[in-house]
Design a protein around this ligand. Structure first.
Ligand code: MOS
Length: 752
């Protein structure tokens, strides 16, 4: 067989994709999105639709003592008020965690309040306005308890796990000996704030029952998994639930698992036997739908006289809710990037009266690498070395945590390319040396980027039709990253057709499970399945042709055939080929169906460490009187295996870097320590970067062939851009001013 179609993963090989992969194809859904014809969840208006609005708790801890349900019910248009008194229970307790990806959620199971903004009632009405007014008329009163907010509200404890089931601590080597042998010892403390996902599209759902069948229009990053979870709460077999999520207006980790308000809308629709729509207001995004947890991190680095790490110790305390566990796995960012004979990481947790945190784009790495890159900068300075030179001296040739070889690692090439593009070599080492032509302080800083390459189980189906077109499908999720385009490119190569001859279906749960659009693993996971499904079809088609004396491919069973552009070719003699249509017609078949699943060779997964890498260089300009900080330039270079679509990949990397700007300078969820209420629950108070904040952002892509990571050699680009960038900006601020950053976002007063 030629390597064009290899359905399983042989060790150390990478399939050669066709001509669709690698093209900078424009987003196939772009026109629909910018012209407003793309149907987001809340755009669905089935007939007889009711509108739901939930009332949000105005306290952060205690219980609801009274609500004026009569006032709400008597408002014209209100048809139902759901409270803990009359809310039906679910088949699964919302405070249970039936699934590794389950969070404890509020579905009016009792009158307790555990964070501000928690749903305490649901008002359903004929119009959105009536539901909104009904919710207002509830005028709840509370029995309030003292709130715990931030790191100091409660005692730290040892969490049983961090992230989603990771160990809270890690030890390699003798850390005390490492510190004892250090020539330079440096300690760095960094705080990172709560950040809220704030996708452009707020969470929304339209729920419709038909007997015991349930249809949900709701944005979701893990469509088939979520369908199963929704089904579980209602005691339905998964096939009775259809979850449609063709478009998402951003997800960032918050749209993968069911949340309380979604379940309330489904309950209301079942009670009222009418479809119900619920869309969160912007302020309702600050509590019930996860967030990035705050961290307080300390790093202790030991460095020898040659500038090589002798000890790397990273401690992080994460704030979580009072009733569930998700601890930002920030210190894990120190496991896999820099070589050190001794590495220790430890996590602690603190409970607060806030919603439970969850994964948010580059969970762990975003916050952890911010602290690690500042610590590395401080250690470089102590050792008298240029920050890039220091990182090169501590370059990890094998995975520092496991000792395993990397499946591939082109970080050195990333450093070189980005440094050259940035002109890093002309940087003076001491801070405060550079000014721009209007007298502003200028600083340059850098950071390394790293993100792991997880994969998720995924399946796909392909049908080659008699007219030479194909239908290829998987329940993938395009939250804006371009999955509907990149996955279609892989699907087309899988069946050896130009992209315009395949129909690519995605985004709904009646298709094969496309896995999770998360962990930067969607293209690798769903893409692998799509390619395998296409390969399955081609293998069947080749079987027909090579066994048919009337085919020019007759007898080529041993040498194999290659498939491209709608034809099969003899692998040893490309002048002998045949159109798909002709093979099908002669066989008297209307179509050939194939199936495939994604994944990686478990032996490779066991033997290799798998990560995307990158380097980001940042320039800041700072007003010498006002200390207003601007990021004037970002250059990043990234190595992430095979790039399916360079236009979309650059867009992902650029977007990640821009989020790095937001992390460094803007984003911060603030809670009043007296009431526990969010103080900036809107986009006027919760700042994100706008165009004026990002004048020049450049993402370079470094070629990288990875024969181990998975058969397609795809690593992932969704999250890595934010890692490294935050620290690079903080280091640039130091280089401009001499002030070391201790917390994010960087406020002007940190420079005074
Ligand atoms: Mo991402 S935080 O895995 O959606």
């Amino acid at each position: 067989m030629p390597d064009t179609h290899t359905p399983t993963a042989p060790t150390a090989s990478r399939v050669r994709l066709g001509s669709n992969a690698g093209q900078p194809m424009t987003r196939r859904d772009g026109v629909a999105k910018v012209t407003g014809s793309a149907t987001y969840a809340a755009d669905n208006r089935p007939s007889d639709l009711l509108h739901a609005v939930f009332a949000s708790a105005g306290i952060a801890r205690g219980r609801v003592s009274h609500m004026d349900v009569d006032a709400a019910k008597s408002h014209p248009g209100v048809v139902k008020v759901l409270t803990p008194q009359n809310c039906p229970s679910l088949e699964i307790d919302p405070d249970a965690k039936p699934h590794a990806f389950s969070w404890r959620i509020e579905v009016l199971q009792n009158d307790s309040v555990r964070y501000a903004g928690q749903p305490i009632a649901l008002v359903v009405a004929e119009t959105l306005e009536a539901a909104t007014e009904g919710a207002r008329l509830l005028s709840p009163t509370y029995e309030e308890q003292p709130v715990r907010i931030g790191f100091d509200g409660d005692a730290p404890y040892d969490p049983p796990a961090i992230g989603i089931g990771s160990a809270p601590s890690f030890t390699k080597g003798d850390i005390d000996a490492g510190h004892a042998s250090a020539e330079y010892s440096t300690e760095t403390s960094i705080e990172t704030p709560i950040q809220y996902h704030n996708a452009m599209e707020t969470h929304a759902i339209v729920a419709e029952w038909n007997g015991d069948r349930l249809t949900l229009d709701t944005p979701n990053q893990a469509i088939v998994m979520a369908r199963g979870m929704f089904a579980g709460y209602f005691g339905l077999p998964p096939e009775n639930v259809t979850l449609r999520s063709p478009y998402l207006g951003g997800g960032f980790g918050s749209k993968a698992v069911p949340i309380g308000p979604q379940l309330l809308a489904i309950l209301a629709a079942r009670m009222l036997k009418r479809p119900v729509k619920l869309a969160l207001r912007r302020d309702q995004m600050f509590g019930p739908v996860l967030h990035r947890g705050a961290t307080r991190q300390t790093l202790k680095l030991g460095t020898d006289a040659d500038g090589r790490l002798t000890a790397l110790e990273h401690h992080s305390t994460g704030v979580t809710s009072s009733f569930d566990e998700f601890i930002e796995p920030a210190a894990n960012a120190s496991h896999n990037l820099y070589a050190s004979p001794a590495i220790v990481t430890r996590h602690k947790a603190v409970r607060a009266d806030i919603g439970t945190p969850g994964p948010m784009r580059a969970p762990g790495e975003a916050s952890g690498s911010a602290a690690l890159e500042i610590a590395m900068d401080i250690a470089a300075e102590a050792a008298g070395l240029d920050p890039l030179e220091f990182r090169l001296r501590n370059y990890a040739e094998t995975d520092p945590a496991s000792g395993k070889p990397f499946s591939s690692k082109a970080l050195r090439e990333c450093y070189a390319a980005a440094a050259k593009q940035f002109s890093w070599a002309s940087r003076p080492r001491a801070p405060g040396q550079m000014r721009d032509d209007v007298g502003r302080l200028v600083g340059w800083g850098m950071g390394s980027c790293l993100f792991p390459n997880p994969m998720f189980p995924a399946q796909a189906r392909a049908v080659l039709r008699r007219d030479g077109t194909a239908l290829v499908e998987t329940a993938g999720a395009d939250m804006g990253q371009g999955a509907w385009t990149a996955l279609a490119q892989i699907a087309a190569d899988g069946v050896g057709l130009p992209a315009d001859r395949i129909e690519f279906r995605s985004g709904t749960s009646d298709l094969p499970d496309g896995g999770i659009a998360g962990g930067s693993g969607h293209t690798a996971s769903a893409g692998g399945a799509l390619y395998a499904a296409g390969s399955d079809v081609i293998a069947k088609l080749a079987g027909l042709a090579t066994n048919d004396p009337a085919s020019p491919l007759f007898g080529a069973g041993n040498v194999g055939v290659a498939a491209r552009n709608g034809r099969l070719f003899r692998a040893d003699d490309e002048t002998r080929s045949e159109r798909y249509e002709d093979i099908l017609a002669r066989a008297g078949l209307d179509e050939i169906e194939g199936a495939g699943s994604g994944g990686r060779d478990p032996a490779n997964a066991e033997a290799r460490a798998m990560f995307s890498h990158g380097a980001v260089f940042a320039e800041v300009t700072i007003d010498p009187d006002l200390y207003q900080i601007r990021v004037s330039r970002l250059v990043g270079a990234f190595a992430a295996g095979r790039i399916i679509n360079p236009k979309l990949a650059k867009s992902q990397l650029t977007g990640g870097m821009i989020w790095g700007v937001g992390f460094a300078l803007h984003e911060e969820g603030l809670h009043d320590t007296r009431t526990g209420r969010p103080m900036n629950a809107d986009l006027a108070g919760y700042h994100v970067p706008v165009n004026a904040d990002v004048p020049s952002v450049e993402a370079l892509i470094i070629d990288e062939e990875d024969p181990y990571v998975n058969p397609l050699g795809i690593k992932g680009v969704g999250e890595i851009g934010i890692t490294g960038t935050v620290g690079a900006i903080a280091n640039a601020v130091w280089h401009a001013t001499g002030a070391r950053i201790k917390s994010f976002p960087i406020h002007i007063d940190a420079l005074l």
